[in-house]
Ligand binder design. Sequence first.
Ligand SMILES: C[N+](C)(C)CCCC[C@H](N)C(=O)O
Length: 288
Amino acid sequence: MPVEEFVAGWISGALGLVLGHPFDTVKVRLQTQSTYRGIIDCMVKTYRHESILGFFKGMSFPIASIAVVNSVLFGVYSNALLALTATSHHERRLQPPSYTHVFIAGCTGGFLQAYCLAPFDLIKVRLQNQTEPRARQGGPPPRYRGPVHCAASIFQEEGPRGLFRGAWALTLRDTPTLGIYFVSYEWLCRQATPGGQNPSSTTVLVAGGFAGITSWVTATPLDVIKSRMQMAGLEQREYQGLLDCMVSSARQEGLGVFFRGLTINSARAFPVNAVTFLSYEYLLHLWG
Ligand SMILES: C[N+](C)(C)CCCC[C@H](N)C(=O)O
C-alpha cells in the first residue's frame, strides 16, 4: 500500500488547519450560541474579551489530530482509487479515473476519517465554546483546562460513549460530502488542464478552494446538527437522536438554523482547501 499519500495528507492537513482555525472558532460559536448578531459581532466580541488568542482556542490539539485525520482521508482515497482503477497517483493524469470511481473513493475516505475525527472534533468543539478569557484573576476557571483534561472529563462524566457524541451525524455529514469534494476537485482541474498534463499551481489552488466550498455548502446542515449534539451532554439538553435534534432545532429557530455558519464555512473553506490540495500535490510531485 503506497504510504506517500498518507504523509502528504498529514502535512497538507496541518497547513490548512492553522490557516482555517480562526474561522472555525467563529463558526462553532455562531452555530451553538445565540449571543452573537453575526460574523463581525462574534469576531469583535471574541477579540475584545479574549484577545487574538481567543481565535486559536483548541488549536494545538487539532493540529496533531486533524492532520492525522486528513492523512487517513487522502491515504484511503488514493488507495481506494488504486484498488478500483489499478492506477497510482502519478498514472492518473494520463488515465483519469471516472467520476463514479472518484466519488466512491472519496466516500470511502470520508467514512473512515469520520470515525477517527469524531472524538477529536468533539473536544475541539467543547474547547472552542468556552468563552471565558484565558487568564482572568479570581474569575471562575474554565470548565476544561485543556484537551487532555477535556477528554478525561467527558470520559468520566459521560462515559466512553460520550467521546463519540455526534459521531453518527459526523459520518453522515462526511461520507457523501467528501465524495463531492474529490469529484469537484477533479472536475475543475480537468476543465482547466489540457489532457495528460499536470494542473498548474493556480489551477490546483482554485480547484482545491472551490472543492472545499462545494463540500462545505452541502455539509453545513448536518454540521449544525453535529455541533449541537456534541454540545448536548454539557448543556443538559438531551436530544433523542439526530432526527430529534433536527426537528427541535428547526421548530425553535426556523429552517434557517440549518444554514448557520454557511458564510463563514465557505470563507474558511477556500484558503484551507486551496493550501491543502496545493501542498498535497506538490509533495507527491516532489517524491514522485
Ligand atoms: C466534508 N467536509 C465538508 C466536512 C469537510 C471537507 C474538507 C476537509 C478539510 N480538511 C476542511 O477542513 O475544510
